[in-house]
Write a protein that binds this ligand. Sequence first.
Ligand code: AHR
Length: 500
Amino acid sequence: THARIVIPRSAVVAPLNRRIFGSFVEHLGRCVYGGIHEPDHPTANEDGFRLDVVELVKELGATTIRYPGGNFVSGYRWEDGVGPRDQRPVRRDLAWHALESNQVGIDEFARWCKLTGSELMMAVNLGTRGIDSALDLLEYANHPSGTALSDQRVTNGAVEPYGIRMWCLGNEMDGPWQTGYMSADAYGQIAARTAQAMKAADRTLELVACGSSGSSMPTFGDWERIVLEHAYEHVDYISCHAYYQERGGDLDSYLASSLNMEYFIQAVVAAADHVKHKLRSDKTINLSFDEWNIWYLDEHQASGEVDDQWTYAPRQLEDVYSVADAVVLGNLLITLLKNHDRVTAASLAQLVNVIAPIRTEPGGAAWRQSTFFPFSVTARLARGEILRPTIEVDTYETSVYGRAPLVDAVATMDVETGSSAVFLVNRSRTESIDVSIDVTDLEATTIAEALTLHDDDVYAKNTFEDQNRVGLKPLDGVSVDEGTLTVTLPPVSWSAISFT
Ligand code: AHR
């Protein structure tokens, strides 16, 4: 099988906004406690944050970090997490049936973001709370000083305001599992009123209204339309959430998961633009794909691990990812980049232990899951502008998506430094694919790096016992001759080639 790819300079999608490489830290399972935070760990700093995890987060290249949830935020009282730690209350977290010690709150997390060099993206609770607490949190976080709540922050050690720009107006408020879930009409109204009030405090905030919690929700499409009919002029983004998993051994369909993401994006763009034209608005609402990942949700639901245990930081949603999972994740990231004109922010959900690229054990090591690699390499090599290639390649049959192209790809080019990169997947389970890429417009002559994630065992994984079983390998046999790059992509693989 052979593929032919052309990358014309005219096919610019958008300049790269590094917020596309965001991630997500929720008070869930061992993401915060026992993940980023473990005071007894040998590498812990004075706040109790594991510095070995900080190093891996930096290597991953995660930019914006959404916090503190997720479903958790819909019952969260942010005030519980500030002030002297020995006076903070223990609460029940109804979303995940766990105890919340509140030992990490906004002040600690803001310090952690400084350590990792990431941007804090905050979610407010619109499940059990509303405008009042959202405004209080905004005042506490962003007002310089001289008001009751900003002075409280200063007293708690943060003289400088946090300057948080992106705020999520609740989380998945369409989901019947969500504490305080509501109808599109009810949510649209509360989102509009909360956004109006927050922007009265600061016009420069970037506010994200909840879209559907998945494209299979019965209200999908109508939800986006109705919410935006209420909130359009007050918000800046509508959110998308999508998780994928292999079901029933159908690897062929699983490897084509990004077709669903592509459809999802197009549908939400259509709904947002429909409202734009209906309202005759000059403004365009973009998409914050602020939860995306592989998640073996069916298995977790069947396991009953989220039950009435009421313990601190139980092991929940600790998926161990395979090579195939990493290839799908790499393809999802390619899809986000190809749609970067409208998907201008995204968060890989989540960051540590809970459906995460990074895993840890108490007192022990932190290691990279297979899915770490496509994310970190893309975040490191993507620069400048995104280019959407034209791909001529055979298709293959899938039971879920019909016929799917065997190869997908995206490219980036930085005119200033003259560096460029191409990211590719081969979805075939059995065939290597010879690819020729017209890279004339990239002015690509010298190959800087050529890496692939592939293994003869597509289900190979990194585990505590074998932390380096899966990793990047050199992509052999890549050459460029007179503007044409030739490469052979192994079956079920994700690859990156960069040029100087
Ligand atoms: O990321 C795990 C959960 O998935 C989040 O808490 C929720 O928003 C979504 O359903």
